[in-house]
Design a protein around this ligand. Structure first.
Ligand code: SF4
Length: 226
């Protein structure tokens, strides 16, 4: 499919994709979900995050990263001078696996075209994969996140050439200080990968503190920021 030229056209196609995905029944997760979680954020984002799958709160609200991991993600973004409004956040799966179990291969196979199309339409410069599932899918390699986190690589996804940047899932750092430090270090390289000025050193900014309680989302609908 040819690349869509203008921001307005890409935005319109993203809304069309949102409508398509909202009624998707391509895998059995459609039978147990409460809401499809398409993803939310800036349709022209230079930086896109791809997590694993919606959890309980995401499934209830239809929005990605609205629980404790989302709060930590927002804090980490703040550390590098960005906010949720600057980025687009989505997942490999758009529907919650029951009991938050791991995504299954057939579910990833059924859902991956939605993600690839999102990347094609948003055209981010950097795609940060959060954890193993997103990293393995978008890198096309079985190498796990422990070995590849913090190592960017150029990949072609559909019609888009992007810089893939694997990092740990924020949920992994919620209760482990050592993991949080690794995540902070990997986040600190994002401005450079985006071609921006480096973020201030952490000594000049407030420390990121893991927050283990769910937070309310300010977003009313997934289309707020399109
Ligand atoms: Fe469709 Fe993906 Fe939801 Fe499965 S997880 S029903 S493929 S949107």
């Amino acid at each position: 499919m040819a690349a869509v030229a203008t921001s307005e056209a890409r935005r319109a196609e993203l809304v069309e994709l949102f409508n398509t995905v909202s009624s998707c029944t391509a895998c059995s997760l459609s039978e147990t979900r409460t809401k499809v979680v398409f993803g939310s954020g800036n349709a022209d984002a230079e930086l896109m995050f791809v997590g694993e799958a919606p959890g309980f709160h995401e499934d209830q609200q239809g929005l990605p990263f609205v629980g404790a991991a989302g709060k930590l993600l927002e804090s980490l973004l703040g550390e590098i001078g960005l906010s949720r409004e600057d980025v687009f956040i989505g997942n490999v799966l758009k529907c919650r696996p029951p009991g938050n179990r791991d995504p299954q291969a057939d579910e990833i196979e059924a859902c991956q075209s939605h993600l690839f199309r999102q990347i094609e339409l948003i055209q981010p410069r950097v795609v940060a994969t959060l954890g193993n599932f997103a990293t393995k899918l978008l890198s096309g390699s079985p190498t796990g996140i422990t070995r590849v986190h913090g190592c960017e690589q150029s990949v072609r996804l559909g019609n888009s050439e992007v810089l893939l940047y694997p990092i740990y899932h924020p949920a992994a750092a919620l209760y482990t200080r050592a993991m949080l430090s690794v995540l902070e270090e990997d986040f600190a390289r994002l401005p450079q990968l985006l071609g921006r000025e480096p973020a201030p050193t952490t000594s000049e900014t407030a420390p990121v503190v893991p927050v283990a309680t769910p937070v309310a989302t300010e977003y009313e609908t997934q289309l707020d920021l399109f």
